[in-house]
Design a protein around this ligand. Structure first.
Ligand code: COA
Length: 343
């Protein structure tokens, strides 16, 4: 089949969120914050946290099984697994490999690292394998345990994030593709806006010799507690409100859709105010944006597939609907997909 260009069908979708709920009232007891501050600045009321025996790959497995069940198929059919995550259990092996083993399928597997835009990048990547005729059945997952990279003493970040996983199952079709347009982007010139250190970071003493053009010089010295999310909230807010608007406009233009033809926009659930701002700039009413940020906070790469799955379950997406999935995040990265919801 190699070399035959085919379309992509969204055959299944599913999610998993942990049972444990952390409310704004709980956070009031942990840091100097209030339900009123969190709600008015972000729209978030609660978020889910993994139990001690749960992990990114265990949640990815649960979401994948839900997506495969929804598609009426089983793991043996999967030929490729792509897992978007910034919270793998290990530096290597990848979450996708752990998932391949848990599902018991014979599939190629790799992780994709594009922070909160990861799921959009992963669907775009998985679709390429189908369109180019390499594979016919691809499982794409977004899964995160952000609670394990959150500084629970930093009120400016700990109120924002949560854990969860979502997945879609893509199949080849000889009919028209459900995927109508893709728009991806990145700008690595300000890594300090949103980042987490790694053990591979050069020590401060080597920074001076690394050269002006390297990212190393763009980041502050590694703090003692390095493996947690660091963020410049105002800069990220500024970027997010701008790029969300541009991404929707660009992908709609590529799909030859007018903005008022879009039935539903499923945005990355980072902050209610970012989504509200995009609604105002685009002139697309807020009721055409799917929102569940109040229940889960920001779950990074898991955010869009969880929201998509819930939108379908709530009847917000009907066959033939025009839907835009859109995300933005660390990198900085961004991406949008235009989908005609499958009939
Ligand atoms: N509770 C109470 N006060 C808090 C607080 C909290 N959880 N977090 C910060 N504050 C304080 C700050 O210390 C500051 O106090 P000061 O004026 O005395 O210095 C004040 O609130 C305002 O802080 P500021 O950062 O200007 O607030 P903001 O209106 O920009 O809102 C965010 C902060 C984080 C909600 C907002 O910047 C944001 O949503 N940014 C984008 C974050 C995001 O989505 N990241 C992920 C993208 S993928």
């Amino acid at each position: 089949m190699a070399g035959v260009r085919r379309g992509v069908r969204i055959a299944g979708w599913g999610k998993y969120v942990p049972q444990r709920v952390l409310t704004n009232a709980d956070l009031e007891r942990m840091v100097d914050t209030s339900d009123e501050w969190i709600t008015t600045r972000t729209g978030i009321k609660e978020r889910r946290l993994v139990a001690d025996d749960e992990s990114t790959s265990s949640m990815a497995t649960a979401a994948s099984l839900a997506a495969l069940k929804q598609a009426g198929t089983d793991p043996s059919q999967v030929q490729l697994i792509i897992c978007a995550t910034i919270t793998p259990e290990y530096q290597f092996p990848s979450v996708a490999c752990l998932l391949q083993s848990a599902l018991g399928c014979q599939a190629a597997a790799f992780d994709l690292h594009a922070a909160c835009s990861g799921f959009i990048y992963a669907v775009a990547t998985g679709s390429q394998f189908i369109e180019n005729g390499i594979y016919e059945r691809v499982l794409v997952v977004g899964a995160e345990t952000l609670s394990r990279i959150t500084d629970w003493t930093d009120r400016s970040t700990c109120v924002l994030f949560g854990d969860g996983a979502g997945a879609v199952y893509l199949e080849a079709t000889t009919g028209e593709s459900d995927l109508r347009a893709t728009w991806l982007g990145a700008d690595g010139s300000n890594p300090s806006y949103l980042y987490m250190d790694s053990q591979a970071r050069p020590s401060a003493t080597t920074e001076g010799t690394a050269g002006e053009s390297t990212c190393v010089n763009l980041l502050p010295p590694a703090p003692p507690q390095a493996n947690v999310i660091r963020m410049d909230g105002r800069e990220v807010f500024r970027f997010s409100t701008r790029i969300l608007v541009e991404a929707v406009q660009r992908v709609a233009e590529q799909a030859a859709w007018k903005l008022d033809e879009i039935d539903l926009i499923v945005p990355h659930q980072a902050n209610y105010r970012i989504i509200l701002s995009a609604s105002n700039y685009l002139g697309v009413p807020l009721d055409r944006f799917y929102l569940n940020v109040q229940r889960y906070g920001n779950t990074s790469a898991a955010s869009v597939p969880i929201a998509l799955t819930e939108a379908v379950a709530e009847g917000r997406l009907q066959p033939g609907h025009k839907v835009v999935l859109v995300a933005f995040g660390g990198g900085l990265t961004w991406g949008a997909l235009a989908l005609q919801w499958p009939r």
